[in-house]
Design a protein around this ligand. Structure first.
Ligand code: SF4
Ligand code: SF4
Ligand code: SF4
Length: 366
């Protein structure tokens, strides 16, 4: 049985109580994931270990103890395999791979990749996951065509058998090895099995350690893989612009500089560092290739100054550039000494002004 864990620090709800993301809740074929009051919960014994939640999570917040998508992909490519099938040992479900991962495999492999949906005919979770697999293949094929790559993913029901090692056999193999490392591995495996059979709902509370980790801006491994795959891809003759509805994992942004208050929330909350500024907060930069379309920056922008561009230019993958969305005139606040966006005439920053107004109200001063 697989053991699913959630890195709470990566879930966008941990840093932003206004976050709207519920992608993992929607993706889970056994409906064990719930989101209430910005906290994710699931029952370990109900999880079937398909990995579908992690594949849709923009920040890749989930892990399965017995499946690491990156390790699997590298081995798959090294072995020059061409069929992704859940009949393969240690591969839970095609839905465990995100659009980015499938696109990367298609771009890097010299083989034509087939997604074997043959086993879906007899699989309970295929009711949810088969549509997911087909939609992802459609998105990947659309992008490959729009980027003029002579590649495509094939979806087919194959009569494909890969001999799996039986549990007894692999356990026997494990037990035949000697040494402390093996003993630790066996102990960990047994512990994982005990944890995975837990029938209680596991609610993921936020700890001080999670709060500290939020500050680390990182892009998921799958994004690094895609950027590597894109470097190997043929540069198209024409760079097409596609609708944002046709690409699920990156975005381009527009910012209305007349309404933006330079509150700094969007780039402070951005989990990947796609949005950033300089030490004085004098501008907002945007790197589309680091954006994971988590929507957090939009959710937190009170004046709705930041908007999702309706289109996405595929040139972004081949000629990456960081856009400056807005620049501010910067002045030091006479009260707190911090820099603030100067509109003209103000002597103190917005925060000090609000504090001053609140203090006046409290003391009944006009
Ligand atoms: S691994 Fe699959 S079954 Fe388990 S919680 Fe995630 S989506 Fe649900
Ligand atoms: S960020 Fe990931 S874990 Fe959090 S709600 Fe969204 S999909 Fe689920
Ligand atoms: S730019 Fe916005 S949507 Fe993109 S990763 Fe950052 S917070 Fe998420």
């Amino acid at each position: 049985m697989s053991l699913l864990t959630l890195d709470v620090s990566k879930c966008v709800h941990t840093s932003n109580k206004f976050a709207i993301c519920d992608k993992c809740v929607q993706a889970c074929p056994v409906q064990t994931i719930h989101l209430e009051n910005s906290a994710i919960s699931f029952t370990p014994s109900e999880c079937v270990g398909c990995g579908g939640c992690n594949a849709v999570c923009p920040t890749a917040a989930y892990t399965l103890d017995d499946f690491n998508p990156m390790n699997y992909i590298f081995q798959f490519l090294e072995d020059e395999k061409s069929v992704l099938t859940c009949k393969d040992e240690n591969f839970p479900c095609i839905a465990s791979l995100s659009v980015e991962e499938l696109l990367s495999v298609a771009l890097i492999s010299s083989e034509k990749i087939t997604l074997d949906v043959g086993p879906c005919a007899e699989c309970e979770i295929a009711k949810t996951n088969l549509a997911v697999i087909n939609n992802r293949a459609e998105e990947v094929n659309f992008l490959l065509e729009a980027m003029q790559q002579e590649k495509s993913l094939n979806v087919a029901a194959l009569n494909f058998e890969i001999k799996k090692e039986s549990d007894t056999l692999s356990r026997r193999k494990l037990l035949s090895k000697e040494g402390v490392k093996t003993a630790i591995t066996i102990k960990q495996q047994l512990q994982n099995e005990v944890d995975a059979s837990d029938n209680n709902v596991k609610t993921h509370a936020v700890t001080a350690k999670d709060i500290m980790k939020i500050k680390e801006k990182t892009i998921p491994d799958r994004r690094s893989l895609l950027l590597m795959a894109m470097k190997r891809a043929k540069v198209p003759d024409i760079f097409h612009t596609i609708s944002i509805d046709d690409i699920s994992f990156v975005s381009q942004k527009d910012l209305d500089e007349t309404t933006c208050t330079n509150c700094q929330m969007c780039y402070r909350i951005c989990p990947t560092g796609a949005l950033s500024s300089d030490h004085r907060g004098s501008k907002i930069d945007f790197n589309p290739l680091a954006c994971v379309q988590c929507h957090s920056c939009h959710d937190v922008c009170e004046p709705h100054s930041l908007t999702l561009r309706k289109t996405f230019s595929l040139s972004t993958f081949f000629e990456p550039k960081i856009e400056t969305l807005v620049r501010f005139d910067i002045k030091r606040c006479d009260e707190c000494g911090n820099f603030f966006a100067y509109q003209g005439g103000e002597k103190i920053c917005n925060r000090c002004r609000i504090e001053e107004e609140e203090a006046k109200e409290l003391w009944g001063i006009q």
